[in-house]
Design a binder for this molecule. Sequence first.
Ligand code: FES
Length: 121
Amino acid sequence: MQGEEQQTVPVTVMRGLDRDDMQSQSFDVPFVPGMSVLDALIWIRGHADPSLAIRYSCINANACKECSVMVDGQVEYACTARLTPAGATVAPLENKTVIRDLVTDLAPSRERLDKLLASRR
Ligand code: FES
């Protein structure tokens, strides 16, 4: 309806190339009940800052696990975590090497890789 303003919610994203030098950046994201945190991040990239680095593949099938991030301090899949009217703070996974912004190195550790390879010999 003309004249009605769409509600926006604050989404704060921790950004940077190095975990020790992350900066927070906040965006006002149009809120639609039921939207996911990933929907908000995709909106930010499409409408506010195309340089935001995020990773996802299946969008909401909860199959690829590539969208794992910290949402308000909890490990979540961004595609299944629901955004609330209070907004959210999104950060890269805590135990992974930051590649850029919310993208972390998801490759298995050398130890896990060695075990996997040894089990196949
Ligand atoms: S995008 Fe695949 S699990 Fe979230």
